[in-house]
Design a protein around this ligand. Structure first.
Ligand code: AMP
Ligand code: MG
Length: 315
């Protein structure tokens, strides 16, 4: 993606309306949250999410947090639970992310979830973030707005230094937050602290113990706390395949005859956007999966990283 420049937008109603409009067009906007500046893209638009990875130069696909304006909006995408309600009432808007099962009609790009059937979602407290999300009225995937491997940005100047020319706009509202990430709590099984962050574990424990009579002190900490962030198909995966062997189905890239093509036009962003849905689909055939060679530059590095993990020997 070539952009002539990155617009500076001020955090007034005109700037926010413009930013929401850019998000609707599938473009990227950096915006302040109470943790750090986030690099936002429409979470339902695979191309937009692929361009987040491209802009950051991230060498791997980790699931991203979907930011929404309200609990009501969150419920459009995830299966809501009593525990979620309790924590949302206590800590939203704020630096708490909840991981919940996706609804069947979610419409979220599988590049946001990295192929998982769960979604990390939060309602940020920063007034400008809230205004943008309300104007956009949809889920915004937003990792920190810095090139991969660099320090998280807490000012628009940090964002500008790292991402100028790579994103459509920066919504500038001065310094934000303290650079502390959101706390992540998994609610897909027993509640589990997946990552410590801006909301203290003790605060969460207090709310849960006061309201859930079977919740014991320490439950959140002693829960397995697995950051389940790696989708892998059940079928064996063979990389750099020029053609199929035996019973294999071929996941192609570019001009090859194959069962499913990540991108006929050899576009790496398109391939990234299609990657997880394609793996899920071929996995359903219960046949081994062969994958065409994918160039290792740009988003190809992250695609290959994920494919190598899928191909690695399993326990
Ligand atoms: P951040 O670095 O603040 O953008 O947050 C992203 C973090 O959320 C990553 O460490 C992910 O592993 C975690 N995360 C996002 N989605 C999920 C999910 N569905 N299940 C578990 N962890 C998740
Ligand atoms: Mg980061």
């Amino acid at each position: 993606m070539t952009l002539l420049g990155t617009q500076d937008l001020s955090a007034d109603s005109q700037g926010i309306a413009k930013a929401a409009d850019l998000l609707r067009q599938g473009l990227l906007v950096a915006f302040p949250t109470e943790t750090v500046y986030g690099l936002g893209g429409d979470a339902r638009n695979g191309d937009a999410v692929a361009s987040i990875y491209e802009a950051k130069g991230r060498p791997s696909f980790n699931p991203l947090i979907a930011h929404v304006a309200s609990t009501e909006t969150a419920k459009r995408f995830v299966e809501w639970t009593d525990q979620a309600e309790l924590l949302a009432q206590a800590f939203w808007p704020g630096p708490l992310t909840l991981v919940l099962p996706l609804r069947s009609d979610h419409g979220i790009s599988s590049l946001v979830t990295a192929g998982l059937d769960t979604l990390a979602v939060r309602v940020p407290a920063h007034p400008t973030a809230r205004a943008l999300l309300a104007a956009f009225d949809g889920p915004v995937a937003a990792p920190s707005a810095n090139p991969s491997g660099q320090i998280s940005p807490t000012t628009a100047a940090h964002v500008r230094a790292g991402l100028t020319g790579r994103i459509a706009a920066i919504l500038d509202d001065g310094p934000c937050g303290v650079g502390l990430e959101s706390t992540i709590v998994g609610l897909t099984g027993a509640p589990a602290l997946l990552r410590p962050g801006g909301v203290a574990l003790e605060q969460i424990e207090e709310v849960m113990q006061a309201n859930l009579h079977h919740h014991q002190p320490g439950d959140l900490l002693t829960a397995p706390g697995q950051l389940q962030s790696h989708y892998a198909p059940d079928a064996p995966v063979r990389l750099n395949a020029e053609s199929c062997q035996g019973d294999e189905v071929l996941l192609g890239f570019g001009t090859v005859t194959c069962d499913l093509n990540l991108s006929e036009s050899s576009s790496l962003p398109e391939a990234a956007a299609n990657l997880f849905a394609a793996l899920h689909k071929l996995n359903e055939t219960s046949r081994p999966i062969a994958v065409s060679p994918i160039p290792n530059h740009g988003l190809g590095a992250a695609i290959n990283d994920r494919l190598r993990r899928a191909a690695a020997p399993r326990d």
